[in-house]
Design a protein around this ligand. Structure first.
Ligand SMILES: [Zn+2]
Length: 197
């Protein structure tokens, strides 16, 4: 089932996600719906707060980057196969030089900006079978995971921009908060009058 994607301006996007256990209500169904929702919106990642749940869960599939000519063959092959569920993740190390990449976010349609992030990360997490995993990542795989990980910490990529850039996109962000945007996927906008998560 395709779920509406929660738009910028909604409080759930600012919550620090809580850990979940294997008994979480219909977790399998939730993850299936998140895959479907992400693919429908042509995203490379989706975090649970973006579908209205402040829990430490996100998914990543970097397949769309696999035919990017600017990447070397080794990275393209890796990205073509990098599809994972991250539960209760913790980034334990972020190192290397900061590098810039033009990021977007399904919760912030029509806004893309250059964001600086460290090159290397180590992340510990549980996979969909609640098996403990540790991954060392670099390049675009690290980048996408860092972006999604920020979501479960209540952080958005626009938080990482200079104050000048923030001023320049303020109007666009205000419009998204008010629902004045037309993405080609379903979204849910914040309505302060309505009780919502
Ligand atoms: Zn995002």
């Amino acid at each position: 089932m395709i779920l509406p994607i929660i738009a910028y301006g909604t409080p759930v996007l600012r919550k620090v996600g809580v850990e979940i256990d294997a008994d979480y209500t219909d977790l399998k169904g939730l993850i299936e719906n998140m895959w479907e929702t992400m693919e429908n919106a042509h995203g490379v990642g989706l975090a649970a707060p973006q579908i209205g749940k402040a829990i430490r869960l996100f998914i990543v599939d970097t397949l769309p980057f696999a035919d990017d000519d600017e990447l070397d063959e080794k990275e393209r092959n890796f990205l073509g196969d990098f599809r994972k569920v991250f539960i209760n993740a913790k980034i334990t190390s972020e190192t290397g030089d900061e590098w810039v990449f033009n990021e977007g976010c399904l919760s912030i349609p029509e806004v893309r900006e250059d964001v600086f992030r460290n090159e290397y990360i180590v992340i510990e997490y549980l996979d969909e079978n609640f098996k403990k995993q540790t991954l060392k990542l670099d390049g675009l795989a690290a980048r996408v995971v860092q972006h999604e990980y920020d979501h479960i910490e209540g952080i958005l990529f626009t938080d990482k921009l200079s104050s000048l850039k923030k001023r320049l996109i303020k109007k666009k962000l205000d419009n998204i908060s008010k629902g004045k945007v037309n993405p080609d996927y379903r979204m849910r906008f914040y309505n302060p009058k309505k009780k919502t998560s």
